[in-house]
Structures are given as C-alpha cells and as structure tokens.
Ligand binder design. Structure first.
Ligand code: M6R
Length: 630
C-alpha cells in the first residue's frame, strides 16, 4: 500500500501559469504518507529531461535531499511514498524507477505477480536491473514495448499505447504512473485492483491514490473503474480500457476536509483500518499460489529440505499477534501434523524451552520491532532453531534477523490497536501451514486448492459484515456504561474471544476477559451476575456438531445466572436465537477460517463503544504502536 501522486499544469506563451509540479507532488505525498513511509521519491520533467530524487526513510529524508539537491521548476511530475513489498526499504528500491535510458520514470502501488517471468524475459533481451523491485520490471517492460513495438513514436499517444500493451501482460494488483521525456506534458496511469483517482483542475489535472493526494488544489474528482488507463494533460483527461477502447469515469465532488480525506472519510484511522480488512486479506493472498492451487512461497528464501525435517513449531508473539498465533496453531497442527506451541515472546527464553535444529520458530509481529519478540527470536537462533518471521513491515529488524520471512501485505497500520494486521497475520499463517503441508505431503493438492479457494472468498465476506455494521455499532453505543464484558469462545473461537476482550480493554478501558467456554465451569462462572454482558463466539453448526452444541450449552449456563448474552453466529444458525439477547450473523466459512470473520464485529463493537465514551481510538492511553522495550 503505497501513496502516489501525479500532476500536469499548463504554461501559456511560455509563461508558467500552473503550479510548480514539485510543490503539488510534495504536498500530496505529505498527505499520503500514512500509506507508507519506507521511502519516497519524485520525478519532474523539465527541458526535455527527467530529473528525479529518491530517498529511503520518511518523507522528511526526501525533503532534506531536495533542499541539498533542488529539482528544476516543472509543470509535470509524479511522486511516490513507499510501503515496501518486493525489496527492502533502500534508496535503490525507492520509486521512481527509470528505464529507456533515463527517459521514462515509473511509480507503482501494488504487487505484480508475474514479475519474475517478465524479468527473466527482459534480462534475456539484455536489460539490467538496479533494484529488487517488481516496479522496475514494469518500467523496463513499458520501455521495451515503447521502443520495440511502437518504435518510440509519440505522435499517436505513444506512452498511453505502450501502457495499454504493458498492462495486458501484467498480472496482480497495480496502480502505475509513468512519464516520458519525449511526451513532457502527459502523465499516463493504469489501475487494476489498486486505487487511483483523478483530480480535475482549471488548466491543470491531478492523480492520486486517494483524494488527499490533491485535496489542497481541487474538490472535483473522477473515480476510475477496474482495468482502466487514464492519460492526463493540463486540459484533458482521457480514459480507456487496457485494449484502448474509450471508457468513462464517474465525476464526484469531494466534501471531506483534508484531515478526514487522509482517513478515507472515516472518523479515525482505526475505523479506516477495520474497513481496509477485505483488502488486507486479499493482498496477503495475492501472488502466493498458481492457478493449479500450488503454493509458491519462494520468497521465504529457505532450504525446503530443512522445512521438510521440522518436527516441532513454536510460535512466538505478543498481544494481538499472539492471538493470531493461537488461531494459527489449530490450522498448523490440523494441516501439517506438526506439534505446535504458541508462546508469549517475553516468557519464552526464561523457561529453558526445548528447541533444536528441527524446531521451526515462527515469530509473528506487525511492526517487526517488538523487543520481546526480537529477543526471543535471537534466543531461539542461539539454540539452533530455524526462524521464520511473519511480519507486516518490510525491512524491520525481526525479519532481517530471521532465516526466512513471509510478509503480510496489510499496508501500514497507524492506529495503535491492531486490526487489519491481525487478519493478515492469520491469513499468512494459513498460507505457511498449507505450504508446509504441501511440502511434506500431509494433504492432497486438491484439498489445498479448495482451502485456498475458500480463503479467496473471505474478503467479500468481510465486506458483507462491514456493510451490515450498524447493528453492532448500535449495541456498542448502547453499552457505553458497561463496567465489565466477558468473551467466550471454543476451538479457534477462543483466541478470537481473547482478541475481542483485548480490543475492548485497550480502546474503551473497560475490564474485559476472554475465556475458553469450556473453562467457565472451572471458576470464571463465579463472575456472572444479573446483567453481566457476555459475548459468545459460536462455532458453525455445520462443523463438528458436538462443538456447536457444547457452546450453546455454555450460553445457557451463563444465561441461567443472569448474563446478558450477545452471540456471534454463522448465518442460518437458528438454534442460538432462543438463548441470546442479540445475535450477529457472519457469513458461512469453514471452521478454521471463521476467525477471519468472527473477529470483525468484535472490533467494530470496541471501536464504537470507545468512541461513544469520547476516547481517542487511534492513540489509546498508556500504549505505543511499537513496543521496543523489554
Ligand atoms: O508489532 P507487534 O505485532 O509485534 O506488536 C505486538 C503487540 O504489542 C500488539 O499486537 C499490541 O498488543 C496491540 N496494541 C494490539 O492491539
């Protein structure tokens, strides 16, 4: 999830009447920095040449670079703020990427799934690459098409045509913006499964990942459809599909203020991130399997023979990531038949754990900087374990120090309370589990394909929950005075219950506990008194029947003692209705995948309740996004 901006302004009779492209682009990047801050870069066109600057780290590093090495005044420019996926957050991997002997510059948001085969093809043609990115491959492909198929002819929309042909060859999700020195008054952009909007000005036009990229200059925006190409000049906006057929965009007026535009119109980053979840899961699945349902995790960069010999997995994590690990355990053991322990990172190295060369230690961390987890990974390495990091932050310390890494592609998570990273972590852990099962032959390839197909349906199902969020929001608002809320779950619903409780504690400062429903009778049931709210995550009645009926019995037990029960159940589960004050239905899913759905209403509930109390949900008291102390 990167941020991109493009701009073309006009000069009249040699007089510069538009804005300076660099100013527009930098202002847009400042507003889009929430989308990624691993590196930033800009390219402008002046005097028939492309000039660019790019720098790793936050936008402030690029600003310093531009102070020291200014760029010329210009009417055409593009800019990028990066959230790294392919290749670490270095100067070299920063965008723009240049091709055609420095005459073409390209920026990109998304993941190009077939970049490896395209790269091979281009290398065979003699292209050399400077970075590890999929973006540079797209730039080289575009340049190659422009030169070899169109003979560099710009008379008939050269760059636009080249972009159309290039997009016909690209697979995955991408927004691309390109400029060429031979067409200095044009920015060409393409979009597939990745955001792009056009801003309409007077004698100037804009492009942005979202409207915050140009909100300081215009409120007139055009929404593009999937698989469309847009060519902007100062006075024109032309849209086509990938095959050159004319297409239409939808114009609308932006009435958000600049601050809410950064949050996509939501009241907080947390709310936005909850709504980002369909995308976070989809992006994490993207490019990880072929059409035959075979997982292709070459990016792990680990000797597969070592993975085949593993006889134990230890998952290490803290907080929400720990609960993701607990969900993962059920899948890892079920699919791979490898004994799996899940341990809080800070407890691990103080208990003399049994670890050897056949142990795979999987750390899970959104930030990749959590000190407790880093120390635990270092300790595991010292003991001879193989270490694999599931992480959301490219180039952070934990993946760097691990033997292998599987990145989640949730995009930057700004709100302190983790939401989309949790779902992406579970998704990545499932991919790892299926990959190990594939390597070791634990389950048939056909079953893996079916599970991947079920995973592929999850984003749309999350979207359905989000579209029906009003019922749970209303409950959240109505419970603003609650003093304590309990959460019960069983099997994979148990970690979901604990995550629901954690969200409520950290956002609304309410006492909340998550329990395994079966454990109630061993003590916690003493907490139940008249009116005690209890959330119950009910397993599918289509799964192992005993599990469903046992949880229904647990609901009856707490209800008989005065609890007010709020049930999260699968659509069609009529049996639970009789025992619940409120039922929230989630779409059907296989038992192991249900946490990707059941968690969402609990996040919305905590958010809404905390907001009803007037709390800052993005920065709850006493917490930090990245806990870099032990
Ligand atoms: O960056 P990490 O995933 O390693 O962070 C782990 C925990 O600190 C984190 O999940 C924390 O519990 C969040 N505040 C949960 O919302």
């Amino acid at each position: 999830m990167c941020g991109i901006v493009g701009y073309v302004g006009r000069s009249s009779n040699g007089e510069h009447i538009g804005h300076n492209a660099l100013d527009v682009v930098m202002e847009g990047l400042r507003r889009l920095e929430y989308r990624g801050y691993d590196s930033a870069g800009v390219a402008v066109l002046a005097d028939g040449e492309i000039s660019f600057r790019k720098k790793s780290g936050k936008l402030s590093n690029l600003i310093t670079e531009l102070d020291e090495h200014p760029l010329p005044e210009s009417l055409t420019g593009i800019g990028h703020t990066r959230w790294a996926t392919h290749g670490g957050p270095t100067d070299q991997n920063a965008h723009p990427h240049l091709a055609d002997g420095g005459k073409l510059a390209l920026i990109h948001n998304g993941i190009i799934e077939n970049f490896a085969e395209l790269k091979l093809e281009l290398v065979r043609k003699g292209v050399t690459f400077l970075s590890e990115t999929d973006t540079e491959v797209a730039a080289a492909l575009l340049a190659d098409i422009f030169r070899t198929k169109l003979n560099g002819d710009v008379s008939d929309g050269g760059l636009t045509k080249a972009m159309q042909l290039a997009c016909q060859r690209l697979e995955g999700a991408f927004t691309l913006l390109a400029v060429h020195a031979d067409q200095p008054d044009v920015v060409v952009a393409a979009r597939r499964n990745s955001p792009l909007v056009v801003g309409l000005g007077d004698g100037e036009n804009f492009l942005g990942s979202d409207v915050s990229g140009f909100i300081d200059y215009t409120r007139r925006a055009v929404e593009l459809g999937q698989d469309q190409i847009v060519t902007i000049t100062a006075d024109t906006v032309e849209i086509t599909d990938f095959f050159g057929a004319p297409a239409q965009g939808k114009e609308y007026h932006v009435d958000w203020d600049p601050e809410s535009a950064e949050k996509g119109g939501f009241s907080s980053f947390m709310e936005k991130e909850i709504h980002d979840q369909p995308d976070a899961v989809a992006q994490t699945l993207l490019g990880r399997s072929d059409i035959h349902g075979k997982l292709t995790l070459d990016e792990l960069r680990v000797d597969v023979e070592l993975l085949k010999d593993i006889d134990k997995i230890i998952v290490l994590a803290c907080g929400t990531s720990f609960y993701a690990g607990q969900v993962a355990k059920y899948a890892l053991e079920h699919w791979c038949r490898i004994a799996t322990e899940v341990e809080l990172s800070h407890e691990f190295r103080y208990r003399d754990p049994i670890v050897d060369g056949n142990t795979l230690v999987v750390s899970i961390s959104q930030s990749g900087e959590t000190m407790d987890t880093l120390m635990a990974v270092r300790y595991a390495k010292e003991q001879g374990a193989k270490t694999l990091s599931i992480c959301n932050t490219n180039g952070s310390t934990i993946p760097r120090e691990s033997d292998a890494v599987l990145y989640t592609h949730a995009g930057p998570e700004i709100a302190v309370a983790s939401t989309k990273a949790f779902l992406a972590q579970i998704t990545a852990a499932y991919l790892l589990g299926l990959y190990l099962a594939q390597l070791r032959g634990n389950i048939f390839q056909g079953q893996i394909k079916d599970i991947l197909a079920d995973l592929g349906k999850i984003p749309a199902k999350i979207q359905r929950i989000l579209e029906n969020e009003e019922q749970i929001k209303e409950l959240g608002r109505s419970m603003a005075d609650a003093k304590s809320v309990l959460f019960l779950g069983r099997h994979v619903g148990f970690p979901v219950a604990m995550e629901g409780a954690l969200k409520l504690k950290e956002l609304a400062y309410i006492h909340a506990e998550g329990f395994a429903a079966g454990e109630l009778k061993h003590g916690p049931i003493a907490l139940i008194e008249e009116g005690q709210p209890v959330f119950v995550v009910v397993p599918s009645p289509r799964g192992r029947d005993s599990l469903h009926s046992k949880v229904v019995s647990n609901i009856q037990e707490v209800r008989a003692r005065g609890a007010k029960t709020i049930v999260i159940a699968e659509e069609g589960d009529e049996a639970v209705k009789a025992y619940a004050e409120h039922v929230f239905y989630i779409p059907e899913a296989p038992t192991l995948l249900a946490p990707l759905l059941a968690t969402v209403p609990l996040q919305i509930f905590a958010l809404e309740l905390a907001q009803a109390k007037g709390y800052d949900v993005d920065q709850p008291r006493n917490l930090a996004k990245s806990v870099t102390v032990e």
